[in-house]
Each structure stands twice: as C-alpha cells, then as structure tokens.
Design a protein around this ligand. Structure first.
Ligand code: NDP
Length: 449
C-alpha cells in the first residue's frame, strides 16, 4: 500500500516534468510537495479518485503577453509578461508580480504552485497565482517604470478583479509599481476597485503593516518554532540575506525582539557589522535612495563589505534567507550547522535548495519553510482586501496583532499536522500536508471544474 502511493507519486512527478519541459524551478517545487504526500493519499484515497494531484499541477489558466514600451531615449523595448492563475478553489486568485530579468514561465509557475498551499495554510479565502515580467527595473527612471507598468496592465487588466484575481508585489514590485499598475487599471476599467490590488500606498487604499508583513511574519513564525523548543530570539546573533522589502522588516522585528542582526546582503555582496546593523541607515540607502548595500560602510567604518559572496559563513544562531530562490545550498547549510545555527526560517520563496534542506533537517535545526514562514505577507494582503471591502481602515497595532495571531495559527497547523502524520517537528511535511489537504477538500467539494 505504501509503495503503491509512492510509486504513483513518482510517476505523477515524471509526468509533470514531461508536460512542463525546461521548468526546473517548477519541477523542484512540485517534487518537494510530492515528497510529503504519500501518507496523505493513503489517508484520503478519494483524492486519488478525483485526480486532485494531476489537476493541482495544471494551472487553471496561463496568460503570456507582449509588453511593448518606450524608454527615455525614445527606443522601443519589448518584454514578456506572465500571469499564471493556478488554483481558485479557496477564493480569488492571489499572488504577487515579480519584475526581474530572470523571470520566465518556470519561475512564475514554481511561485504560483507554492502560493496555492501557502494561501491555504493561512486559513483565509484566497486561491493561488503569480505573475511578472523579465523587465529589469534596475537603473530605470520613474517615467520608464510608469510606462512599463501601464503597458503591462493594458495587456492584463481584463483578467483581474477583486472577485477573480488580485495581484500584489514581489521582487522588483513595491508600492511605486503597484501605484502605476492600479492607476492604469482604474483608467481602463473606469472603476476605483481598490480590492483588485494589495500592497497599495496608505493614502490610496493600502493597509497598515502590509509593507512590514512578510518580514515580521517570518520572525513571528520563527518565534513560535523557538517557543516550541523552550527558546527565544532574545540575545541571539542573526544573519539575513537580501536588503529588500522582506529582509528589511525581518531585521526590524528581529531587533525589536532582542536579536542582534550582524549581516545582510543584496545581489552584489554582503555587509557585516559585528556591533549590529544600523537599520535606519539601511532603509535610507535602500528605500529612499534605491542604492546598493555597499554604501553602508561609508557611514560605518567598523563594518565591512564583501562583494560577490554570500553571507552564510558569518557565524550565527539564526539565519533568515530573504532574497531569492536557491540562494542557500548544501555547503552553506553545512557551514551554518558547523557554526552552531539553531534555526532557519525562509522569508524568501524556496531559498534553500533540496540538499540544503536535507542537511538542516538532519541536523535537527528548527526549519520554517517559506510556504509557512513567509505567509504573513499574503495573509495581510487578505486583511487589506477585507478593509477595502468594508471601506474601513485598521490601526497598526490591531493589524499587527492579527498578523501575529495568523502566524501562530499557521505554526500550530504545521506542528500538529506534522505530528499527526508521523513526522513531529518537521514543518516542511506539516506545511505541505496541511496546505494540500485544505485545497484538495475544496476541490473535491466543488466538483470537476
Ligand atoms: P525586493 O525586490 O524588495 O528585494 C529582493 C532582495 O533580494 C534585494 O536585496 C535583491 O538584491 C536580492 N536579490 C534578488 N535577486 C537576487 C539574486 N538572484 N541573487 C541574490 N540576491 C538577489 O523583493 P522582496 O523582498 O519583496 O522579496 C524577496 C523574496 O521574498 C522573494 O523570494 C519573494 O518571492 C519572497 N516573498 C516576498 C513577499 C512580499 O510580500 N514582498 C511575500 C512572500 C515572499 P538587489 O537589490 O541587488 O537586486
């Protein structure tokens, strides 16, 4: 019986690879979920009968479109846009947009696939989707960003709506880009439909704590993992990769809870400040000036900048990968273990490679997978939708308390499910299993759609 479901999953995986050639990140995300599903199929044979796995791996709709725009020199530029509407069994499609030159269908599909289970884990009524473009916003003027966003939205707007598909930000898409996208959506539809986007500015329909939510949420999840082991963040040395939205607010919450964050990075290198990072300065460099993290050392001579290198060898007890996929590999994981790291929580999506994950889990480190640990962003997006629908605005403290409760709930769900399925303390299995079961039940209930 056990062998049957494992060999079924194996052949389903090979079918996914064959059907989606060349999409290695998507294959990786599918493999990781499948690795948790054997016991689920044995407990719920109806999921097999209803072909839930085959259906869940096939997006409901994939939209690929041309995005032509003019740069400041008057030259025509052409990018490719994507929206993969993966699964709407639990609610409207929901997931961010990524603007980065590495974007192609396989990246958007891996992110959209993960998003299905992450959104399910929040317990909120949201389906899974993801989108983006191979557009590189780096070095582009505000006008160029606006023209690109307007062209992107001109192509996509018919497929969006507060009850159908609700995008948000991701790498390269923050409040500025959401503003231009929403503005063009409003112009084309003639409707001020705030609930069609989340991550909006506070003056035009945004929610307090949305900007901070993914980073704060990851630290709340970390706090719960440590509490389950009778430990706290207080006094721990921490490192955080990235210096974008997720990383900055993860650093902020770690510091507020007594952690000492000594290193962070961007795509070109990392900074190390043994006295603890000066977060106000990092915000100024990154959020206001939009410059590289290396500028930090011009203000703090005690700190060092190392170009072209990742930061995982900096000794720490807590590591939060908050930049991008596959940024922490097997060797990095071994180094973390050797240096005495006790906890890793994924602020980014799939930042730890399968090898890295195996090493961390085998070493008994508390490991929070992105599906669970970074779900605070999308959960707070759902709170933003709730406020838009009721034309209400909640204050910071109330919203942060809601976020903390949601992260506690996600942790509990993962923890209990891991125990129930015979892998206590394994949050990867817990998250995949709990997320999958919620979506699968809804798919069975809604019939063959
Ligand atoms: P940002 O664009 O704000 O920041 C991304 C950071 O990661 C930057 O410091 C960037 O450096 C660095 N980075 C990007 N690509 C690479 C790369 N290939 N190698 C090394 N560093 C890189 O994005 P976010 O902070 O919003 O997103 C970070 C991660 O968190 C992503 O995996 C995203 O999917 C995930 N996430 C984000 C959520 C959100 O609410 N924003 C929600 C849930 C998950 P540089 O500036 O030099 O490019």
């Amino acid at each position: 019986m056990n062998k049957t479901s494992d060999s079924t999953l194996n052949s389903l995986y090979h079918a996914v690879v064959k059907r989606n050639p060349g999409e290695s990140e998507f294959h990786q995300a599918v493999r990781e979920v499948f690795d948790s599903l054997g016991p689920v199929l044995r407990k719920y044979p109806e999921f097999g009968t209803h072909k839930i796995i085959e259906r869940i791996c096939e997006p409901e709709r994939q939209i690929i479109f041309r995005v032509p725009w003019q740069d400041d020199a008057g030259q025509v530029q052409i990018n490719r846009g994507f929206r993969v509407q993966f699964n709407s069994a639990l609610g409207p499609f929901k997931g961010g947009l990524r603007f980065h030159p590495s974007v192609y269908l396989g990246i958007i599909k891996f992110l959209g696939f993960e998003q299905i289970f992450k959104n399910a884990l929040t317990g909120l009524p949201i389906g899974g989707a993801k989108g983006g473009s191979d557009f590189d916003p780096k070095g582009r003027s505000d006008d160029e960003i606006m023209r690109f966003c307007q062209s992107f939205m001109t192509a996509l707007h018919r497929n969006l709506g507060e009850h159908s598909d609700v995008p948000a930000g991701d790498i390269g898409v923050g409040t500025r880009e959401i503003g231009y996208l929403f503005g063009q959506y409003k112009r084309l539809t003639g409707r001020y439909e705030s609930g069609t986007f989340t991550g909006k500015g506070l003056d035009w329909g945004g929610a307090k704590v949305r900007k901070e939510a993914t980073g704060y949420g990851a630290v709340f999840f970390l706090r719960e993992m440590l509490a389950a082991r009778g430990d706290t963040i207080e006094g721990k040395t921490c490192i955080v990769s990235g210096a974008g939205n997720v990383a900055i607010y993860a650093i902020e919450k770690l510091q507020q809870l007594g952690g000492k964050v000594v290193a962070c990075s961007d795509s070109r290198g990392f900074i190390h400040d043994a006295h603890g990072l000066d977060l106000d300065l990092i915000k100024e460099i990154r959020e206001v000036e939009r410059h590289g993290i290396e500028e930090y050392v011009a203000h703090h001579k005690r700190a060092s900048y190392t170009p072209n290198r990742r930061l995982w060898h900096v000794p720490c007890q807590i590591a939060l990968p908050c930049a991008t996929q596959n940024e922490l590999g097997g060797d990095d994981a071994t180094t973390l273990v050797q240096n005495g790291c006790i906890a890793v929580a994924e602020g980014a999506n799939m930042p730890v490679t399968p090898d890295g994950m195996r090493i961390l889990l085998n070493a008994g480190i508390a490991f929070g997978p992105g599906k669970a640990a970074n779900a605070g962003g999308v959960a707070t997006s759902a709170l933003e939708m709730q406020q838009n629908a009721s034309r209400d605005t909640w204050d910071f403290e109330f919203t942060e308390t809601r976020l903390a409760e949601i992260m506690k709930g996600i942790h509990r769900r993962c923890h209990e499910t891991a125990e129930e399925f015979g892998t206590p303390g394994n949050y990867v299995k817990g998250a995949n299993t709990a997320g999958f079961i919620r979506v699968a039940r809804a798919m069975v209930a809604l019939g063959l759609i």
